[in-house]
Design a protein around this ligand. Structure first.
Ligand code: WTA
Length: 660
């Protein structure tokens, strides 16, 4: 790793913005200056300029009880009103909010006026079902407009949504519902993916029935959108069709203001233990930074741009850059239900041409897989409307960055690589396209008002040319406010490592990523330094997959590593020791198939290992810790590294002999 990074750091290609781009750029260099002089004043300006406050705030940040921050705390606002009503009141009701395209090719065009009406109806329907301020609502939907409507309807009435990605299993959904004690699930019969309907409602049924400790589910109702047309089981009294209650609901609904710190959503993400963390975000600060970054990082001109963020609403990118940022800014966007290669490998490029997309925001994994299928597909379509390209979710290698700029961006569009996390809520480190001279592979500089640094293990700044741990040194508006129901884990995970000299307001946020500063002081994010993997830009926990494996009766022990993968960044590779009796009962191939299915069932298809090696030993230190580094060497087909700290130095020989 360090060798390749050293050669990357000699990257000397620079792409300054064109004079035309800079002339019309939304972001001006003064932003940096203003934020440097008065960081809190800068954020207060943004909150006032970008949002409508029912009651203006007088205090910007309360950091008296770190790490529990309160931003704009005495202000009151309604997040849905900010994303909807005010645009209609400003005369933009006829502007398209969402151009939606289903995978089979069906389309819907939804204006701000229409979306506002849909959300008002849905808010009334939720209230009729007894959902009130503070209640938790789980959302398990495909990429259909109702997902956006459901999220905003919750926000409108002050309920807290917890969106669970549709690719997660019934068991994952169950644990998320139970952790947040959700009262309602909003789902659909099914959705379209790769030319077929995949079921969702059946997983909800299973999630409500499944209960590991015999307790009853907290779910009272299941609200079901009709999308797939597939058959569903029905529990009378509990299950309700969306169209039965939402379509007939009143379109009058006045948005009540809530405190700026009112919880907006919980989003579960993998951590270093088996149990996902419910990351909590609140309203005013989150919306301020989502709107600010969406506008400035993508140079949004809402009257003319067509923005497309390809993320699913089940991930944080879909929350901040499909729902809250774009809608708060009154943007027009494209939302697409399906996969990039259905029905043909040029589907995305066809959509860009069809809708005249001007800003595209996607993940390096997608770019690398398009590189593999070949430039002839994008080249069949007119991509001339594109003027800004964004990347998120994992490090983008310079080769993919250049391909993105040349083949998709016609060698003229700026590429902005944006670093952030579920926990940070919005973009933290990125180029600004009209200002920064971009550098392939580097996430570059913190945004105005954001302070990050790279520290060594003892908390000292590493300085330019060196690597260490990425930290955020000052609180920021869209920062997580906690882990749902677990304040201790919140402190331990993020705030304890760099809590200097007991001085509480010097606490720094530990991101869990390794990073280097190049000789210009620009940032290169290297990837996770903990037991979290990043597969296709999705976070997966080593421990969570290990516990899914060992919960199967044939498994005695399991170790999981993230192995480098050309397309997906990392891939899940597992090493499993079977129980003695089972080892005789089936072949390694059979065991591998059974255990791949086990992981899909316990967590979801996204966590399914690429390979499961059945072994008889695992490399352990004398204190019993599994040496994943050595397993990574095996998984990546490398020479095995230093084995001297192993309790049994022969063990790697045994493993590699067996796998030959
Ligand atoms: C990684 C996604 C390098 C990083 C928004 C982080 C990145 C994790 C980048 C968060 C980037 C995200 N360059 N790595 N531009 N963006 N990451 O919570 O490891 O799904 O910690 O949020 O993705 O993933 P999450």
């Amino acid at each position: 790793m360090s060798e390749t990074i050293d050669s990357l750091l000699h990257e000397d290609r620079r792409f300054p913005p064109s004079a035309e781009f800079t002339a019309t750029s939304i972001a001006k260099p003064e932003l940096y200056e203003r934020a440097r002089k008065d960081r809190l004043g800068f954020w207060a300006d943004q909150a006032r300029d970008l949002l409508h406050w029912h009651t203006p705030f007088t205090e910007t940040l309360d950091w008296n009880n770190p790490p529990f921050a309160r931003w704009f705390a005495d202000g009151r606002l309604n997040v849905a009103y900010n994303c909807l009503d005010r645009h209609v009141l400003a005369g933009n009701g006829e502007r398209v909010a969402i151009h939606w395209e289903g995978e089979p090719g069906d389309t819907r065009t939804i204006t701000y006026a229409q979306l506002t009406e849909d959300v008002k109806k849905a808010a009334n329907a939720l209230e009729t079902l007894g959902i009130r301020h503070g209640d938790r609502v789980a959302i398990y939907l495909p990429m259909i407009p109702e997902a956006v409507v459901a999220m905003l309807a919750c926000a409108r009435i002050g309920a807290v949504h917890s969106v669970v990605f549709g690719g997660f299993s019934a068991e994952s959904l169950r644990s998320r519902i139970s952790d947040a004690s959700a009262r309602l699930v909003i789902t659909s019969d099914g959705g379209w993916r790769k030319g077929k309907v995949f079921p969702l409602k059946s997983a909800v049924d299973a999630a409500i029935e499944l209960s590991s400790d015999g307790t009853e589910s907290t779910i009272e109702h299941v609200l079901v959108v009709k999308r797939g047309g597939n058959d569903v089981e029905w529990v009378d009294g509990r299950d309700i069709w969306w169209h039965d209650v939402v379509d007939s609901a009143s379109a009058e609904h006045e948005a009540q203001p809530f405190e700026a710190e009112n919880p907006l959503f919980i989003l579960y993400t993998s951590g270093t233990t088996g149990k996902p963390k419910g990351i909590l975000h609140t309203s005013g600060g989150y919306l301020t930074q989502s709107a600010f970054t969406h506008k400035n990082v993508f140079d949004l001109h809402p009257e003319t741009d067509v923005f497309w963020c390809t993320a699913d609403v089940g991930w944080v990118t879909g929350h901040s850059y499909v729902v809250y940022g774009p809608l708060a800014n009154g943007a027009t966007q494209l939302m697409y239900e399906g996969t990039p290669d259905t029905p043909h490998p040029g589907r995305w490029w066809e959509l860009i041409e069809k809708y005249g997309v001007t800003i595209l925001y996607t993940a390096p994994t997608a770019i690398r897989s398009f590189m593999k299928t070949g430039r002839e597909y994008p080249q069949k379509f007119d991509l001339g409307s594109l003027r800004v390209l964004g990347s998120v979710g994992e490090p983008i290698n310079p080769e993919a960055w250049i391909w993105y700029r040349e083949i998709i961006g016609g060698n003229t569009t700026p590429v902005v690589d944006t670093w952030w996390q579920t926990e940070t809520g919005a973009i933290m480190v990125s180029a600004l396209p009209g200002i920064t001279s971009t550098k392939p592979g580097s996430a570059q500089v913190p945004l105005p008002g954001i302070s990050v640094d790279v520290l060594d293990e003892t908390g000292h700044k590493v300085g330019n040319g060196n690597g260490g741990l990425l930290v955020v040194t000052e609180p920021w508006p869209s920062m997580l406010r906690g882990i749902w129901g677990d304040p201790e884990r919140f402190i331990e995970t993020y705030w304890e490592k760099f809590d200097f000299e007991g001085s509480p307001n010097r606490r720094m946020y530990l991101a869990g990523d390794g990073a280097r500063l190049d000789s210009d002081g620009e940032l290169w994010v290297l990837g996770r330094v903990d037991d979290v993997m990043n597969v296709s830009g999705h976070r997966l926990s080593t421990m969570e997959i290990e516990s899914a494996l060992v919960s199967h009766p044939i498994v005695a022990e399991a170790a999981v590593v993230g192995a480098t993968d050309d397309t997906t960044g990392q891939a899940v590779v597992a090493f499993v020791i079977l129980r003695a009796k089972q080892a005789e009962a089936q072949t390694a191939e059979e065991a591998e198939a059974i255990l791949k299915a086990q992981v899909s069932e316990q967590i979801g298809a996204i966590a399914r290992p690429r390979r499961i090696y059945i072994v008889t030993e695992l490399p352990k230190t004398r204190s019993g810790k599994i040496m994943r580094r050595l397993l990574r060497d095996v998984a990546e087909g490398r020479e095995i590294g230093d084995t001297t700290t192993l309790a049994d130095t022969q063990v790697m020989q045994v493993i590699t002999d067996k796998l030959k």
